[in-house]
Design a protein. Structure first.
Length: 279
């Protein structure tokens, strides 16, 4: 027997798990419902996923990456990275300066999006639809940061390879077809202090990476990093290690915690759309 929930209650579960008081600007209830029983969960959603959900008799689609207005306004959360940098010892004014270029680039791209396409389709198909982005990323970051805690001690002489080995203790990381990649630095180097640069809407680019290194962080973990920014980082010969953990693997960590909680409350959940789901 499933216990029906409202879309608002489903969102509230995510906020509670992440310790957030309001729906962040990169998340939203796009088509609401009072009677959610069977959820099609995905990392990305297009029209095909909505139709898939229908075929699989799901009444609701829950996607991770932003859709609708959330995909227009999510960039405002990039500023969260200032606090993350400050936690790692970056002076606040420097952190704020480091994030500006990325904010401008992402805002520029977001503005041009066909933001309503999938939301409209969900309305026409009468499928309840929501996207939960930051809350799941906060959970991923928290869990990864917990495992990285031993590496924050100054006496730690762990190598980058050892950091990656700890990251791979997550079943999602292990099961993924991707492996963490050392894009800057090398796996046999000392990792130094490790920063988990996630849950800031997207990666902060080369300026943020440099700010971490200059503050004494030895290794930065990110889910993804753009090619052009990496080229700049290499040209600047940044002294530090950048580990790209794997986008779907690391997103799946937080998403699974959330979906497990929804199942515990009596919803049926179909994990699809690239979610790496350990059995
Ligand atoms: Fe994410
Ligand atoms: Fe993502």
């Amino acid at each position: 027997m499933t216990t029906p929930m409202t879309t608002e209650a489903i969102m509230q579960v995510a906020l509670d798990l992440a310790g957030l008081s309001d729906i962040p600007s990169d998340s939203g209830i796009h088509v609401r419902s009072d009677n959610v029983r069977r959820v099609f969960a995905t990392i990305d959603c297009d029209m095909a996923d909505l139709l898939m959900a229908r075929v699989l008799r799901c009444d609701t689609v829950l996607t991770h990456h932003p859709e609708g207005a959330a995909s227009l306004h999510g960039w405002k959360l990039i500023a969260r990275q200032v606090e993350q940098m400050v936690e790692c010892g970056v002076p606040v004014a420097k952190a704020e300066a480091a994030i500006q270029r990325r904010i401008q680039a992402v805002e520029l791209n977001s503005h041009a999006r066909n933001y309503a396409r999938v939301v409209q389709a969900a309305q026409l198909l009468n499928v309840a639809f929501l996207n939960v982005h930051l809350p799941c990323d906060v959970i991923s970051r928290r869990l990864i940061a917990e495992r990285m805690a031993p590496f924050t001690r100054p006496e730690s002489r762990a190598t980058v390879a050892e950091v990656i080995a700890v990251l791979q203790e997550f079943p999602e990381q292990r099961l993924a077809a991707t492996e963490p990649k050392v894009r800057l630095g090398a796996s046999d180097r000392f990792a130094g202090r490790v920063a988990v640069a996630m849950a800031g809407y997207t990666n902060g680019g080369v300026d943020v990476l440099r700010a971490y290194f200059e503050a004494g962080v030895g290794t930065v973990l990110m889910m993804h990093f753009p090619e052009a920014e990496l080229r700049e980082a290499r040209e600047q010969k940044l002294a530090g290690n950048l580990v790209i953990t794997g986008h779907m693997a690391s997103d799946s960590i937080g998403i699974n915690v959330y979906l497990d909680e929804l199942e515990g409350r009596g919803l049926e959940v179909v994990r699809a759309g690239g979610i790496i789901a350990p059995q």
